[in-house]
Write a protein that binds this ligand. Sequence first.
Ligand code: ADP
Ligand code: MG
Length: 612
Amino acid sequence: AVVGALFWGLRAAAGGAWEKEKKEEKEEKQRSRELLVRVLRLYKPDAVLLLGAFSFLLLSVLCGMFIPFYTGKVIDSLRTGQHEQEFLSAILFISLYSLGSSLGAGCRGGLFLCVIASFTRRVKLRLFGSLANQEIGFFEAVKTGQLTTCLSDDTTLMSRTVALNINVLLRTLILTLGMVVLMLSLSWRLTLMVLLEAPITGVIQQLYQSRHQRLSEELRDSVARANAAANEAVSGAWLVRSFHAERGEARRYGDLLMDTHRLKTSRDTVRALYLLARRFSGVSLQVAVLLCSRQVVQRGHMTTGSLLTFLIYQGEMGDNIRTLISIVGNLLTSVGAAKKVFEYLDRKPQCTMGTLAPDQLSGHVTFDHVTFSYPCQPEKQVLQDFSLDLRPGKVTALVGPSGGGKTTCASLLQTLYQPQRGQILLDGQTLCSYQHHYLHKKVTVVSQEPEILSGSIRDNIAYGLPDCSLDDIQEAARKANAHNFISQLKKGYDTEVGERGGQLSKSEKQRVAIARALVRHPRVLILDEVTSSLDTDSEIKVQQALSSGPAPTLLVIAHSLRTVQNADHIVVIGQGRVQEQGSHQQLMAARGSYYNLWEKHQSSSVAAAGHH
Ligand code: ADP
Ligand code: MG
């Protein structure tokens, strides 16, 4: 009794874990099935092409199936030696069916490739659209390499494998059914033996599938990691060079490659073992059938020709059963790549924009008790209960130490991130209630690090405004004091600036970026430490240009104080809070942190002057 109880206890414990594992596996399968259905739905626009492909498939399979049948007839007619007519007609049929079969196979293959190409393009485009809509925090959390791998490899893999697998599945399914009927008509005994292969292959497949899938998934992740590392090192090549980090980067990449290599080897070993087992079971059955065939023929159940037909079918049947069993598994694995694609495809961006697009916008901006931390560093509050008012048409200066949260304010104004508490209002409405396109035309930022894309200067200035005339572009460039240097270039506005604007100096890039902001005629303009990289001449010109015409609400973020004393309002930010605010005179009189900054500035410029 004790032993019995112990046994039961053990069984229950083991059974619990086992059942749990089984349940997880089941859920996984269910999810794969759902994914597969979603992938199949995406094929809808190609329905006509697919139908064509399937018709040719049917043609090629049916034609192919009759060839062994007539081969048997040829043998029988040779043996009896009298029926020349029969012999010739069998040969004729074989030729006709071969022709039909190859024609069908060719057309089927071509159509399938067309379907795959159009499907891949569609999925890539959709995925790109979804990625482009994600909030910036998403891109900070996910490695660029992962996204590009998903976009380039996973989409291709997903469409190719699913389409090819379905193609093969249908072909083998029709073939198998047809052959079973033909084989049964030849000899039911031998047919039953041949069909024994199905359960055996099934067991082998079961053992193999899950291992292979797990290893494949790990391998894919590992490749993505290696790609991301290489990407980072290549795009930061100058950094790697100037800080002599080549060796460290190479080692990091090498380690990741080694990881990939190890996973690949295990996956291939598993596959090799599987192929071996499959082959062995197939060959054993073939031998068994050959042994039995002697009796069947001697007893007159079959002619020699029919036996030959049967043996040819058997050879193909073995392949078919193996394919059929593996393909069901493969179909579920092939959606592994689809998993990532759909994950990104389904992701809802955190902030969705509204529909407001008023004709008149005064440009009144309010930061209303905003508390914010970056998504990748949620515990560090960059802005704390931060309130700020930018009055329409006025110049507000934001000063403070580096790391104080000035650029963060600019990013929030562009809705690149969402504050955790409080809100940012534009003319009394939250930023998110405006139309995306509208908001980014009315509120523009010239950022601290001017982002210039490859392409011409003209493209860069008119970025995001497809129907912007050259006149507008030139006018904006004049205001930004960029027209002079651009017209001195050989190709003027059509000059290519190289990747990330590498062929321009920082000041030139900055002025192109200013022109890009001005060409939109914004109502709210944020200049993030722009003046520090401009010479005094440019700075004066830009300021003159800004004060002519209907002045936008201007937020000048400045590290150096020289530029801010004329501002209508000055706000000192430090540690994510407003430390002080007022006019230059008020703040100087208050002798607070602004006064201290100013003192420091004064003494450092005196020291610098003395130095020269
Ligand atoms: P400032 O422009 O005043 O020099 P920032 O607004 O750029 O300061 O930065 C404020 C703080 O936020 C800094 O401590 C900085 O480390 C942090 N920070 C800036 N950008 C990010 C980011 N993308 N993710 C996480 N932390 C950031
Ligand atoms: Mg900054």
